[in-house]
Ligand binder design. Structure first.
Ligand code: IMP
Length: 442
């Protein structure tokens, strides 16, 4: 997948919340632009800089570096109201947001997409006609699925560029409303329609200084020799094609989404960094072979502060699933791995990693990207020694206890990729950079 260019991709290898924001933030100063290519405000990146915590949903983590452009590519779905709030919060904390650029071809999440997301979820939860009763996906209710569905349906989908034209905006809202046979609040009454058009025209005006044709912007940067960092949102196992369907998000979350979500070929990539949490978490519904629904799982949740950045929901927790991690590493053709949150595992006597699945008496080390089939597998574990001492102050490999190093080495060998970064705490500085130790560049 990766070519021989100067660009870098940072991609989550699990079900999200791997700590990608911190890795992007670490690498951003070595690039000229940080670019989002998929998803919307369903993503939540927390970046801690000098003790100050920044929760980002739509804006690329590069925004915290004033000389780096932060680009929202055409593959992203944008809730303009949420975006303006996020911009406001960053400005209030003194962050310079002038380097933000939004593709005029990114799609807009409208209020009726939020409403549809919530209503589909509650209908799926209560519809008794299915095999399992509750069939909801556990979405973030940010309107992501309905916005992407409308994009694929084409005619009434609204792009950021459309916010500049009252006539287009009015026609599309009206058309969408007619197709969906919506009630008054969705724009079918003249009054509601007028208010919605006014509101979104207003958002268009506020966002106008940031809107650009990001295709040419990115290619102009590449032509002048600049390098780009692509920031994946959500994560590989949530990919609409390659994840645990149907418990996935509605975009292409792996490295494969970069080309369509930005217009930049993957041949420009020199490095693909897969971000892998030292254990496994999942928010929302769907199969999770290594889930721990016991005190061990609670302990990981508490130590890892595993509560959603976007929704505040407690995350499901479990042992690291190396079958899934190897699949995601192969799919993304990762050149290296950043292992995050290793510090959370301090204090456990034994650590377990899943190295195979057993189903109907057959053992296999292949992942199954289908929810129904995956829900039937039993994990086969390999036990590794735990480490008792806290490691949040470790800054080099030599500072780690030998059991922690053995854990990292086992993972690296199993998934077949070098681990170049180890996260031992939320702050930028709490990172062991092995690439630097071995003489490779950051
Ligand atoms: P949606 O993206 O809101 O439609 O949600 C679909 C599924 O993906 C749900 O299980 C969400 O919890 C999950 N999801 C979406 N984005 C993220 C993320 O950034 N981190 C973790 N889970 C996510």
């Amino acid at each position: 997948m990766s070519g021989d260019g100067d660009c870098t991709a940072v991609i989550g290898l699990q079900w999200g919340d791997e700590g990608k924001g911190k890795i992007v933030d670490l690498l951003a100063p070595h690039h000229d632009a940080v670019v989002r290519f998929n998803g919307g405000a369903n993503a939540g990146h927390t970046v801690v800089v000098g003790g100050a915590k920044h929760a980002l949903h739509l804006i690329p983590s590069g925004i915290l570096h004033s000389n780096v452009l932060s680009v929202i590519g055409n593959g992203v779905v944008v809730d303009p109201e949420g975006l303006l709030h996020e911009l406001g919060r960053l400005e209030d904390s003194g962050v310079d947001v002038s380097g933000l650029r939004i593709s005029n071809r990114a799609h807009v999440v409208m209020p009726y997409h939020f409403a549809e997301d919530a209503s589909r979820e509650s209908r799926l939860a209560t519809d008794e006609s299915g095999e399992s009763g509750d069939r909801s996906i556990g979405t973030t209710k940010r309107g992501i699925g309905p916005a992407y569905a409308e994009k694929i349906q084409r005619a009434c989908a609204i792009r950021i560029g459309d916010l500049a034209c009252e006539k287009t905006l009015r026609e599309k809202i009206q058309l969408s409303s007619r197709f969906r046979e919506r009630q008054g609040e969705d724009g079918s009454s003249e009054q509601v329609l007028d208010a919605m058009v006014r509101q979104y025209r207003g958002y268009g005006e506020s966002l106008a200084p940031y809107v650009a044709d990001t295709f040419y912007l990115l290619h102009d940067l590449l032509d002048q020799g600049d390098s780009i960092l692509f920031e994946g949102a959500n994560a590989t196992l949530l990919d609409v094609d390659h994840g645990t369907f149907p418990f996935v998000t509605s975009s292409h979350t792996s490295v494969l989404g970069i080309a369509s979500g930005t217009g930049v070929s993957e041949r420009r990539l020199g490095r693909v960094i897969g971000v892998l949490k030292a254990y496994q978490t999942r928010v929302g519904a769907g199969p999770f072979p290594t889930e721990l629904e016991d005190a061990m799982g609670d302990r990981i949740r508490e130590r890892g502060n595993e509560f959603g950045t976007t929704t505040g929901r407690p995350r499901r927790t479990g042992w690291l699933d190396l079958v899934a991690a190897r699949y995601a590493t192969t799919l993304n053709d990762c050149t290296c791995i950043a292992m995050t949150l290793l510090d959370v595992l301090a204090g456990f006597d034994d650590l377990r990693v899943c190295t195979a699945y057993r189903v109907d008496g057959v053992t296999s080390d292949r992942f199954i990207p289908d929810a129904r089939a995956l829900s039937r597998v039993e994990p086969v574990y390999t036990s590794l020694s735990g480490f008792s001492q806290e490691i949040d102050k470790a800054r080099t490999l030599a500072d780690l206890p030998s059991e922690a190093t053995a854990y990292v080495d086992f993972v690296s060998e199993f998934i077949g990729a070098p681990i170049d970064y180890i996260g031992v705490g939320p702050d930028r500085r709490q990172t062991i950079t092995l690439a630097a130790e071995t003489g490779a560049t950051a």
